[in-house]
Design a protein around this ligand. Structure first.
Ligand SMILES: *Cc1c(COP(=O)(O)O)cnc(C)c1O
Length: 445
């Protein structure tokens, strides 16, 4: 049996000789576009690149309006604000997601209601949504997590039945399709992030998408200090052509949440690359998932048949220690990391016990009254499936591993098999190490 890399053996991949594909991806096109912006002197404020990108992104998603803003957190916040959601309202979100999905709900003074996910695909469980609905419920924010898609048929049916808004958190789903419709075009508003790790990126940034013209106007104003939508360039604004206030001459309270022209320039080029990159990641993902099916103790995330186009953010799969001689998933991830020379992570922490979702550390902001303070306590929610996924099952690798070749996928499968065959030995060492630490601890008493 070959010695595991974690124990000093030769890794399955020598990343010095064979580095993984790089992320982000850029070329001469980005360089030219950035210099063009630089020399134009129009660096922000509804410039030509931003206007063009909004148009291209709306076309790509298949909606009437796309508006870009500073990041994929603010996109959620202004979506909630545009829908008039605030104090006294409840918003249903999955317990397994990045903290922003919940944090933005409390940032508009509404109450996040955390519900559990499906074990098959780690996305929000529609049955649990329905159980969580109260007269105060105003909206659902499904998250299309990692490679998966929330069940939008079930969610839209629930939304219709109870008259709720749906904001799709598409931070992981640029270009993914459900029954031929793009993520971000199914709910009332779609929310996208262009943060560096995301599969369309400008370092930071985000977009909201909608078919509703009234919402689009509000969203546009909210990211622009409350001004009414402005068309034209900086020059036009300088000349006073920017019209302020809504049709009645009213303003909306907000702040500066605008993107720069440099970011928009990069996004225009990135969007051209995205469909090919998504297709490449999908082909490799399919191939790798088929290999995982053959290995005991690991399993792909279930792909819904209604998902007509795949968009991966990270490659995630499920692990079961029962087939690995009881080897904890934490040790498995470390061993895989050593074999592959790339970070192997757990899923997000469930939001009822998440180090970065701690509203009670900010009483000056969130202690609006006693009942609100209690309502936003994350610990009051029970999320057994989220916890099991995080603690026992989840294995997540950066989506750049899917941007290479089939041979790269073979290497990943080979590394998992290598750990599988050495799991007994690795787990006994693991236990011995624990006993050693325990004795050490007793010795110190
Ligand atoms: C990244 C992410 C966000 C927030 O986007 P930022 O651009 O980082 O603010 C929101 N929701 C999910 C699910 C994310 O992964």
């Amino acid at each position: 049996m070959k010695k595991l890399a974690i124990n000093g053996g030769t890794p399955c991949r020598n990343t010095t000789k064979q580095p993984w594909p790089k992320w982000p991806v850029w070329g001469k096109e980005e360089e030219i576009a950035l210099i063009e912006v630089l020399n134009s002197g129009i660096w922000s404020y509804n410039g030509p690149k931003e206007t063009e990108f909004n148009k291209l992104f709306a076309e790509f998603i298949g909606v009437n309006h796309a508006i870009c803003t500073v990041n994929g957190t603010i996109t959620l916040q202004i979506s909630l604000e545009a829908l008039g959601i605030g104090l006294g309202d409840e918003v249903i979100i999955p317990g397994l997601t990045w903290q922003a999905t919940a944090a933005t709900v409390i940032d508009v003074n509404a109450t996040p209601i955390l519900v559990d996910v499906n074990e098959e695909n780690w996305c929000i469980n529609p049955k649990k949504i329905e159980e969580a609905i109260t007269p105060r419920t105003k909206a659902i924010i499904p998250v299309h997590l990692y490679g998966a898609f929330a069940d939008m048929d079930a969610i839209m049916a629930i939304a219709k039945k109870y008259q709720l808004y749906v904001i799709e958190d598409c931070a992981h789903k640029h270009g993914g399709e459900w029954n031929g419709k793009k993520a971000g075009s199914i709910g009332d508003i779609g929310s996208f992030s262009y943060q560096l790790s995301k599969h369309l990126t400008s370092g930071e940034g985000g977009s909201v998408t909608t078919n509703n013209a009234v919402l689009a106007k509000k969203l546009d104003a909210l990211r622009n200090c409350g001004r009414r939508p402005v068309t034209g360039t900086l020059d036009a604004v300088d000349k006073g052509a920017g019209d302020y206030g809504d049709d009645d001459g009213n303003f909306i309270q907000s702040g500066n949440l605008r993107i720069t022209e440099f970011q928009a320039a990069i996004l225009i080029e990135g969007l051209k690359r995205l469909p090919i990159q998504n297709a490449n990641r999908d082909a490799n993902g399919k191939y790798l998932n088929a290999l995982l099916e053959e290995i005991p103790g690991v399993a792909p995330i279930t792909r819904d048949k209604r998902e007509t186009k795949k968009a991966y953010f990270n490659f995630a799969f499920k692990y079961s220690k029962d087939d690995f001689n009881g080897l904890p998933v934490k040790t498995f991830r470390k061993a895989l990391e050593a074999e592959l020379g790339i970070a192997v992570d757990a899923s997000y922490e469930p939001l009822n016990n998440c180090s970065l979702y701690v509203p009670h550390t900010k009483p000056a902001r969130y202690n609006l009254n006693e009942s609100y303070w209690r309502a936003i306590d994350p610990k009051r929610f029970s999320l057994p499936i989220c916890e099991r996924i995080f603690k026992d099952q989840s294995v997540c690798i950066h989506h750049k591993v899917l941007m290479g070749t089939k041979e790269d996928m073979d290497t990943i499968a080979k590394a998992i098999k290598k750990i599988y065959y050495s799991s007994k030995e690795l787990n006994s060492e693991n236990k011995a190490e624990k006993i050693h630490l325990y004795n050490h601890f007793l010795g110190n008493l």
